[in-house]
Structure formats: structure tokens, C-alpha cells
Ligand binder design. Structure first.
Ligand code: COS
Length: 383
């Protein structure tokens, strides 16, 4: 997108956030659902297609552009972003990165319009951080695979038309090398969903188990057509996804700082606004520093990603920093609000719970630390 078109798009998103999404936050929390009308508006705006290349009818945003859009969008409750999150990110990008031309032509234009919602099936009951130990088995049977297993906490599973699903095609190969990524249409016989998970926060975002009982798929459903490459596809998708999650964190940083500053200027104690007190100022300043360091890191990592540089370590560093930073910011926001910060009607307690997930999904902070350190050690050993 040229600069002018892009800044117009961003201001449309900003208006949508201020006029539609923020006013709908309480109703979404209450109903534990995002209204269909809002989802339709997101489709009309092209939000489902930001990461789909233009050749497949998407907006073809760069990572830097996507991050800026997601940051803007997540000034409203992160639950709205969750509606588009898997289609923009982890659910579609395996096909964008490693799919065959035929697979891209079949699915990407549908993702771009939101006609098809994509979801990502990696996590299992016994395989969370240790994704390479997944057990869902895909057994070759002539020109097909028969897949059985359970996927856990799958975001947008009930909305999904298709899953990119990781399964073990080589039962004798332990770890990552035996895993393939499949394109699994959600209406394939043998798929059933568990009950919606009851979560700490993010009401309106949906996750369920996905249970596969002898699901038959053609061998051509493997992303890229070559078995054994699915783990690497998943890791590349997650590297990119971690920049996206940092942008989500940053949007919430902006919102929480905006709210805290407003409250500090309105709320009076000891005969003056609490923003005059240096201990409150210290919290505001620390929030700003956390936001600015996240913003700076995000811009540099997204730019390196767009330049095609290897950024796996940086993606982990960014996701780690951003998600921890927004956690600290949310905690300080509750503190600045005091008693009101603990009460549902002021919303900061909700955001405090909502952002807690950012330190967990798409790789915990501890997994990010190990990715960073392992690469540092590898680089040192390589001289
Ligand atoms: N990009 C490309 N390839 C990668 C990669 C990346 N970012 N990370 C790892 N790989 C490759 C490795 O190069 C290795 O290939 P070779 O055997 O050909 O060298 C292979 O994948 C296995 O890598 P590794 O040995 O590092 O895998 P581990 O099993 O030790 O696990 C971690 C790696 C822990 C990093 C991985 O399991 C992980 O990211 N876990 C968190 C999962 C997660 O984020 N879950 C969230 C659920 S989705 S919301």
C-alpha cells in the first residue's frame, strides 16, 4: 500500500475502534460473544485479508503494516482482534509461506474476504510448550491419510472453515521431523468440537478442543505436498505470529496508558488530582517507558522481518518483552485506579485478565527465553 492509502486505512480502523468497538466492549463481555454485525463490518473493511498477498485478493500488507493495524485495532478489547487473529496469522500463514500454488489459489482468496475462517491446530493435551512431542497420528493409507487425535485450546475452532493442523505422519520418527502440516476443511467427516472453554478472561474469544476420529484426507492436503516439514512450517508461522502478538500487546499498552492518565487527571485525593503525586507519576512514567521500548523493538523487528532477515531470536525477544510489558502496565493501571481498578465497571480489571494470556499463547515467556538463549549459545559455538 502507498503511504497515503495506508494512513487512510489506519484512520478508518481508528474510527471503527472508537465508534463501534469500544462502545460494544461491555455487551461482548456480558454475552461472551462478538456480534455478527461487527464481524461483518470487519469483513467489509478487509481486515481478514490484511496478510493475504495481493495476488490472492488480499491487501498484501507488510509485517510492519500489519503490526500498525493490529496495534490500532487492539486499543479496543483484544477479543475483537481474536475474531480475525487466526485467519490473518497462524491459521493462514502456513499456506502463504509453504503452500503449493494450488493450495494458495484454493484458500487465500477466501481468507481475504473472510468467507473462510482459518484456525491453527498444534497444541494437544500432552503437547503444549513441547510442540514437537505431539501425538495426533496421520497414518498413510494409499493416496490418503487417516488422522486421529485431540487438539486443545484451539482458538476460533467453532468459527473455522479450515484448520492448518499438525500431525505425526512418521510414527517411528520422534520429535519434529515426523510432523506434517495438513489443510483440513472443518466439514470433513470425523471432526467434532469440545465444549467452549471457560477462561480467565477474553470473553467473546472462543477456544475448544478439536477431536479427530479417523478423519480421511488426501495426501495432497499436506501443506507444500511434502511430508515431514510441518514442524518447521509451524515454527515459521509462530515466529511471524509473535510479532503480531507484540502488536496486540502494544495496542493494549496504548489503551491502558490512555485510561490511567485520564483517571490520574480526574481523580482527586488529599485535595488534588492524584496525577500530581510523584508516586503515581512514577507508575505513569514506567508505563510509558515499557510502551516506548516495546514500540521501538516492534518497529525494528518488523522491519527486519520485511527485509527477509533471519529474525527468529528477535521475534521471541519482542514477544517476550511486549507481553511482559503489557502485563506490568495492566498491573500499574489497576494500582492507579485503586479500589475502582478492582471493580468490573471501570474495565481495567478486565484488561488485566485479558492481557494475562499474552504471556502464554504463541509460546510462553519461558519458551521465548529458551529460544533466545539457545540461539545465543549456537551463535557463540559457531564462532
Ligand atoms: N524456523 C524454522 N525452523 C525452525 C524454527 C524456526 N523458528 N525453530 C526450530 N526450527 C527447526 C529446527 O531447525 C530443527 O530442524 P533441524 O532438525 O532440521 O535442524 C527443528 O525445527 C526442530 O527444532 P528444535 O530442535 O529447536 O525443536 P524443539 O523440539 O527443541 O522445540 C521449541 C522448539 C521449544 C522452540 C518449540 O517446540 C516451540 O516453539 N514451542 C512452543 C510452542 C508454542 O508456541 N505453542 C503455542 C501454541 S500455538 S497458539
Amino acid at each position: 500500500m502507498d503511504t497515503e492509502t495506508f494512513s487512510l486505512f489506519l484512520s478508518t480502523v481508528r474510527r471503527f475502534v472508537d465508534e463501534k468497538l469500544i462502545p460494544a466492549e461491555d455487551a461482548v463481555e456480558e454475552a461472551d460473544a462478538v456480534p455478527a454485525e461487527i464481524i461483518d463490518q470487519m469483513k467489509e473493511m478487509g481486515l481478514f485479508g490484511i496478510s493475504v498477498p495481493e495476488a490472492y485478493d488480499g491487501l498484501g500488507c507488510t509485517m510492519s503494516e500489519e503490526a500498525a493495524i493490529i496495534r490500532e485495532l487492539t486499543r479496543a478489547s483484544v477479543v475483537f482482534r481474536s475474531v480475525i487473529g487466526t485467519t490473518v496469522g497462524i491459521g493462514s500463514q502456513g499456506i502463504v509461506m509453504d503452500g503449493t500454488e494450488e493450495q494458495k489459489r484454493e484458500w487465500l482468496p477466501k481468507f481475504a474476504t473472510g468467507e473462510a475462517i482459518a484456525s491453527f491446530g498444534l497444541t494437544e493435551p500432552e503437547a503444549g510448550s513441547d510442540a514437537g512431542s505431539l501425538r495426533t497420528a496421520a497414518v498413510r493409507d494409499g493416496e490418503t491419510y487417516r488422522i486421529s487425535g485431540t487438539k486443545r485450546y484451539i482458538t476460533n475452532a467453532p468459527r473455522a472453515n479450515v484448520f492448518t493442523l499438525m500431525a505425526r505422519t512418521e510414527p517411528d520418527v520422534k520429535g519434529a521431523a515426523g510432523i506434517s502440516a495438513f489443510i483440513l476443511p472443518a466439514d470433513t467427516p470425523g471432526i467434532s468440537l469440545g465444549k467452549p472453554d471457560k477462561k480467565m478472561g477474553q470473553k467473546g474469544a472462543v477456544t475448544t478442543d478439536v477431536i479427530l476420529d479417523d478423519v480421511v484426507l488426501p495426501a495432497s492436503a499436506i501443506i507444500g505436498g511434502v511430508p515431514g516439514r510441518g514442524f518447521k512450517t509451524a515454527m515459521k508461522v509462530l515466529d511471524r505470529g509473535r510479532i503480531h502478538i507484540a502488536a496486540v500487546s502494544l495496542g493494549m499498552c496504548d489503551r491502558l496508558i490512555e485510561m490511567s492518565l485520564r483517571y490520574a487527571l480526574e481523580r482527586k485525593q488529599f485535595g488534588q488530582r492524584i496525577g500530581n503525586f510523584q508516586l503515581v507519576q512514577a507508575m505513569l512514567a514506567d508505563m510509558k517507558v515499557d510502551m516506548l521500548t516495546t514500540e521501538a523493538l516492534m518497529k525494528s523487528v518488523a522491519a527486519k522481518f520485511d527485509a527477509g532477515e533471519p529474525v527468529s531470536l528477535e521475534c521471541s525477544a519482542l514477544k517476550y518483552h511486549a507481553s511482559e510489558a503489557v502485563g506490568r502496565i495492566a498491573d500499574r493501571a489497576v494500582q492507579i485506579y485503586g479500589g475502582a481498578g478492582y471493580m468490573a465497571e471501570y474495565k481495567v480489571e478486565r484488561f488485566y485478565r485479558d492481557v494475562r494470556l499474552l504471556r502464554i499463547y504463541e509460546g510462553t515467556s519461558q519458551i521465548q527465553q529458551t529460544i533466545i538463549a539457545k540461539q545465543m549459545i549456537r551463535q557463540a559455538e559457531a564462532g
